[in-house]
Design a protein around this ligand. Structure first.
Ligand code: SAM
Length: 210
């Protein structure tokens, strides 16, 4: 599994703060460092985000807290979300249980409109074969970039997890073609032995269709 079970400092902190997974601190670190979500005083159109590989739901919960009632969050995962009561009856949250790489899921999520932020923490079930795991992780990250290319608003951002590999470099190059700023980030909340890394693209040159 890519989501770890043994509680450590971050897992215990997450539990105390009402999040189902320690991964929330990776998103919080990226937000604090790169400003993924709008500052509280931000004016203009309500903020819209898309969460790929969202279960058990920590990133979604964090995003909903950060974007407030006027914003909108869409999310997808193969698995259901853990904290159903935190997500039900919300008019500004749309969840699809399905495969993010499937054309029908992509269409459904794109039909919700464009987004200011696409974030992907999606990870494959690990097999123990690092080559296979890296290839599967890269396929998910490439799918996330496709959402970024087709569903982001101009000026939007993409934060995507990928297992480090030589081929993952190509993803970085593709991101550089689209985003004004591209960064590589390893959050402190990642386990030290983890091969995962996040690529962050900011300020998309132009949205889909212009
Ligand atoms: C590390 S967990 C995500 C944790 C989540 N960000 C959170 O904070 O709760 C990775 C997730 O990716 C999902 N995933 C893997 N392949 C997927 C796919 N093809 N479509 C949708 N979700 C996928 C897994 O089901 C798993 O829930």
């Amino acid at each position: 599994m890519s989501c770890y079970n043994k509680p450590d400092f971050w897992a215990l902190k997450a539990r105390k703060e009402g999040y189902p997974a320690r991964s929330v601190y990776k998103l919080r670190e990226m937000d604090e460092k790169f400003g993924l979500f709008p500052r509280q005083s931000r004016r203009g159109a309500p903020f819209r985000a898309l969460d790929l590989g969202a279960s058990p739901g920590s990133w979604s919960l964090y995003a909903l807290r950060r974007i407030g009632g006027a914003g909108f969050l869409a999310a997808v995962d193969l698995e259901p979300l853990a904290l159903i009561k935190d997500f039900s009856n919300r008019k500004n949250f749309f969840f699809v249980q399905g495969d993010m790489t499937a054309p029908e899921t992509q269409e459904l999520l794109r039909s919700q409109g464009r987004y200011h932020l696409v974030m992907s923490d999606a990870a494959p079930e690990t097999t123990g074969n690092s080559g296979v795991d890296a290839a599967r992780s890269l396929a998910l990250a490439e799918s996330a970039l496709e959402y970024g290319e087709s569903a982001l608003l101009g000026g939007g951002s993409l934060a995507v997890k990928v297992f480090q590999s030589k081929d993952a470099q190509k993803l970085l190059e593709r991101m550089r073609e689209h985003f004004a700023k591209v960064k590589i980030f390893k959050p402190q909340a990642c386990r030290s032995q983890s091969v995962e890394i996040y690529y962050l693209g900011q300020n998309l040159a132009r949205g889909a269709g212009g």
